[in-house]
Design a protein around this ligand. Structure first.
Ligand code: MN
Ligand code: MN
Length: 464
């Protein structure tokens, strides 16, 4: 049957988003599946920002990256990294053009919502030993009870040594848990709002029950825990005061679904963009413009502090690169472009009401470009310009990258922000691009393998 005029016009004029799994060829699909294998391994090896930096350095050095030396001159094609306190990192591939002409930046974050131990965390109650925690980032507190937990982080001792801790990840290692009330006795608890179902001070982690055997003394369970920690790490209770210890889910990353099309794991916000950013910069060889991938800390608490992107870290990175060529850092920044790689909320079949369908991102529809974030009347937003959106659209379309446009939920319902605003504040053109996630900020988040691979392709084409 011949095409009607309306059908022809509709094809020419209207936009019809389509599931990318229906558009992708076999080669793309198999690359997406392969990519997910490396991604899952990265998730298991990098559950905290410190571990993500370590994994990044390991992978980067294998690809010829060297630690940046201030004052040394690097040439086109040289690869360097700048490690910011072991918690955030910038990877740079020097371009053929002068840095002053601008650099292409991919920025993602490697911190995730979790429970930090308080400075004085260890106590005993009714002959059980527990840790007090202080949650980090936006969590639904009730989700963190009755699941296996692991402990990661460091003790920094007064003599300068740093003891690394990771317990609960291997099969033969013990895990930890936050206990919840049994339903039989939860009548009063059930009347609380969901937000208060478990309160911050109820997020207490069970860490042991075996008392040190002695006729005298009190708090013998706690004492026994301290004895174990002392034997293992050489620490005493006071050393918790100079520690950064994080409680994270002990789950491993895995495939989700009979068809294995999805990934389930803790910490996908934002390692689902950090890993593609890392892989992309590792694959960049001798680009025209200098490429910079920055993996930042502290996004989940507002990007504050000297490892967050509200610091001068990125400014110094670009400034140092420009200076090395006797160029001007400020001019370099003004000429730079950025993809702020962070997740967006995917449309959840069970909770569709929180989204406005025409502007919601969906799993398997490709990498999601989010023109603006913010809350209510775009408060706190970084709103990408029409011109920059056009540049990014062309880049994605010219390289056959499946992508979609998205917004973070219905107007008036909530909102959120990313590192984009801090990069925009420097005077850099920036837009958010990332992967749609279900159960964002939960101990176990869901993403699509094809979307993850498209995120990698977008960042590679942007930086190469
Ligand atoms: Mn994020
Ligand atoms: Mn987040």
């Amino acid at each position: 049957m011949a095409e009607t005029q309306a059908e022809r016009l509709a094809k020419e004029l209207t936009m019809e988003p389509k599931n990318a799994l229906l558009k992708a060829d076999d080669d793309t699909l198999s690359k997406a599946l392969d990519f997910a294998e490396g991604y899952k391994a990265f998730l298991d090896n990098a559950k905290t920002e410190r571990e993500a930096v370590k994994e990044t350095i390991k992978a980067a050095e294998e690809k010829g990256f060297k630690e940046f030396e201030y004052g040394k001159v690097y040439n086109a094609g040289d690869k360097v990294y700048i490690n910011n306190r072991g918690k955030s990192i910038a990877l740079c591939v020097i371009g053929k053009e002068a840095v002053e002409k601008g650099v292409n930046i991919s920025a993602a974050h490697i911190d995730s919502p979790r429970l930090d131990l308080k400075p004085n965390p260890l106590y005993e109650e009714i002959e059980l030993a527990l840790f007090k925690t202080h949650y980090y980032g936006g969590i639904k507190k009730y989700q963190w009870t009755a699941i296996p937990l692991a402990l990661h982080g460091v003790f920094a001792l007064k003599d300068g040594t740093v003891k690394e801790v990771s317990i609960g990840e291997n099969e033969n290692e013990p895990k930890f848990v936050i206990n919840d009330l049994l339903p039989h006795l939860a009548q009063e608890q059930s009347k609380r709002t969901l937000n208060e179902g478990i309160k911050g001070e109820e997020l207490n982690v069970l860490i042991g029950s075996h008392p040190f055997k002695d006729d005298k003394g009190s708090n013998l369970v706690k004492l026994n825990i301290l004895k174990i920690l002392n034997e293992k790490y050489g620490i005493v209770e006071e050393d918790f005061l100079s520690a950064e210890l994080e409680i994270v889910p002990a789950f491993k990353a895995c495939d989700i679904g009979f068809d294995r099309s999805l990934v389930g794991a803790y910490g996908q916000d934002d390692r689902v963009c950090a890993y593609p950013a890392l892989k992309a910069i590792l694959d960049v060889e001798a680009p025209e413009k200098t490429a910079v991938a920055i993996l930042a800390d502290k996004e989940e608490v507002g990007s504050m502090g000297n490892t967050g992107l509200d610091s001068d870290f990125l400014r110094y990175v670009i400034g140092d690169l420009a200076k090395m060529q006797n160029g001007d850092g400020t001019i370099a920044i003004r000429n730079s472009k950025c993809l702020s790689a962070d997740v967006n909320a995917g449309l959840d079949p069970t909770f569709q009401d929180v989204m406005e369908r025409r502007n919601a991102s969906r799993l398997n529809y490709g990498v999601v470009v989010t023109k603006y974030t913010g809350a209510r009347g775009k408060s706190g937003t970084s709103d990408a310009s029409a011109e920059y959106m056009a540049y990014i659209r062309k880049l994605l379309d010219d390289n056959n990258i499946f992508w979609q446009s998205g917004e973070l939920g219905r107007v008036d319902l909530g909102g959120g922000g990313t590192v984009a605003q801090f990069i925009a504040n420097l005077g850099i053109d920036v837009v958010d691009l990332g992967v749609p996630v279900l159960s964002m900020h939960a101990p176990f988040e869901t993403t699509s393998k094809l979307d993850i691979y498209m995120c990698y392709k977008a960042m590679y084409e942007f930086m190469k």
